[in-house]
Design a protein. Structure first.
Length: 256
């Protein structure tokens, strides 16, 4: 580029903006590099502090409940509890499409792919790679925890597959339902599923939180991949059937 054009871009007109952006980019790069170096140098201490906090929080959230609470959380942790609410939500979405069979099928494919990815990545990749013991197998805390029906799970628990799967599913439901009450039901459903794993003593809170982040990320990624071919209408209003199904499911667990 001739020098006069370079001088124009750097010092004249919009060139001032370009120069300021360049300086800002340099400053941000230097700051980011310093932060990365600082975190890397203290990485061991950070991991130790997070692990200690995770153990303390686990000891607080896991407690010895009654026979009723044991039964409730043990049954609620079963993935079969997802079927009534999920099936009802999908039927409501399909009803809203008004004959858009192609869109409904692509939506089901996208949701199924999301759950399959969250399940396989969390179970087949993350758990053996990080090899973090579940609290039920961690000798530093396992003797302090409450268990139900002697259920301990496998050796490794990072990240929680239940948390990843349910969060990936609920992320899609958040996109498909715009009413606040509907989203509140789905959020409560996900939170209860995640907490059930802590109550049973098979996951640290950190396992659950990272599982949730993984589920949201995979749902977002799949949504981006399907964005151009997925054309479905969201459900705008309140669907009373969904809160009713959720409440009835809870009642069935309590009674039966």
């Amino acid at each position: 580029m001739p020098m006069k054009y370079l001088n124009y871009y750097l010092y004249d007109g919009n060139g001032r903006d370009l120069l300021l952006r360049f300086l800002l980019l340099v400053i941000c790069s230097i700051t980011l590099t310093w932060l990365v170096i600082s975190v890397a140098s203290q990485w061991g201490n950070i991991i130790y502090s997070l692990n200690t906090a995770d153990h303390h929080l686990m000891a607080m959230l896991n407690f010895t409940g009654s026979a009723a609470t044991d039964k409730f959380w043990y049954d609620y942790s079963c993935t079969a509890v997802w079927i009534p609410l999920t099936a009802t939500a999908i039927l409501m979405v399909a009803r809203t499409q008004r004959g858009n069979v192609r869109g409904t099928c692509i939506l089901l494919l996208a949701i199924g792919l999301t759950v399959a990815l969250t399940d396989q990545i969390s179970s087949s990749i993350c758990k053996p790679f990080f090899a973090r013991l579940r609290p039920s197998h961690d000798p530093s805390i396992c003797y302090m925890l409450h268990y139900v029906n002697n259920y301990r799970g496998g050796n490794y628990g990072f990240v929680s597959s239940h948390a990843a799967n349910v969060t990936g599913l609920v992320t899609w439901l958040f996109w498909l339902f715009s009413h606040r009450i509907m989203r509140l039901v789905f959020l409560l459903f996900a939170i209860m599923t995640c907490y059930s794993r802590i109550y049973l003593g098979v996951h640290f809170p950190g396992d659950v939180i990272m599982g949730c982040l993984l589920g949201v990320f995979i749902a977002w990624t799949v949504g981006k991949c399907f964005k151009r071919i997925l054309h479905v209408r969201s459900v705008q209003g309140l669907c009373p059937l969904i809160p009713i199904v959720f409440i009835l499911t809870m009642v069935c667990f309590i009674i039966f």
